[in-house]
Ligand binder design. Sequence first.
Ligand code: NAX
Length: 331
Amino acid sequence: AKDPVRVLVTGAAGQIGYALVPMIARGVMLGPDQPVLLHMLDIPPAAEALNGVKMELVDAAFPLLKGVVATTDAVEACTGVNVAVMVGGFPRKEGMERKDVMSKNVSIYKSQASALEAHAAPNCKVLVVANPANTNALILKEFAPSIPAKNITCLTRLDHNRALGQISERLNIQVSDVKNVIIWGNHSSTQYPDVSHATIKTPSGQKPVRELVSDDDWLKGEFIKTVQQRGAAIIKARKLSSALSAASAACDHIRDWVLGTPEGTWVSMGVYSDGSYNVPAGLIYSFPVTCRAGEWTIVQGLSVDEFSRKKMDATAEELTEEKALAYSCLS
Ligand code: NAX
């Protein structure tokens, strides 16, 4: 039998946490033959709710779940973890300035970076979900200098999956027959969902999305907007933000990173930019990546037309501004 993998979920008493921990305990994230030890962190006001989640995990009698740590102590939570999914953060409340929200999250991610750096297992893989996801991940990277930059990522897989979903709905085809969309940039409304290289499986082989969706206005307009604004649409409908799809996407992100992407398929991940596609180095930016043996690689050599270039640059600019704002909160 395999040794259990320790998985940290911060903000585990929250909405996404509640959807995510049972998925992890069922093997959705790391595979049906991989035992797991769950570490759940939240803050003291949520301690009782967190304990309730722990009780439910016990009650669910998941065969793969070999133990649960539920704590409000970041050091205890981070000790020995192999995978860290950072969902906890300070939400934007009505009337709050962007700088105030940033400042709260910068201080959370700075201190959790230190706890991970000092106590996580070597080669721990980190996924930041909490918003502003890209910039929280960047702060985490800056304050955990001994964790390799390639181990720190943020979630744009939900946006990627939303793009697949929109194409499948539009063409009335199976979502599993659509692949290789790209989310470029920030997990925010400036993200660029790009179908330039996306394909669809047909009886006569892979066909470009651009060929099958003949309405270019839709692809360049409503499609992009729908994916960018989907989070807000879910809040409007549910009166709560997306949780099950976010949890599912977090599992997809880690699973593909650890177990690899299928041959000929790429996915979107927010990763530390090396300057590929003329994206400024030193940002956490969403790129198309393939994964193998636990490592992601940015897909190289894709053509970028003028329309795409502008959108990729605009979202990079926003991230550069966010980075400056985050740094101004540090001083
Ligand atoms: P909730 O408010 O339901 O849960 C957040 C939890 O984090 C709460 O239980 C809170 O007590 C806890 N928390 C706060 N500060 C903490 C700290 N310092 N350490 C540990 N835990 C802490 O929000 P939820 O709907 O679960 O969303 C969580 C985060 O995901 C938000 O920042 C949200 O904006 C972000 N999202 C990111 C997405 C993505 O694709 N990257 C999509 C979904 C979601 O909107």
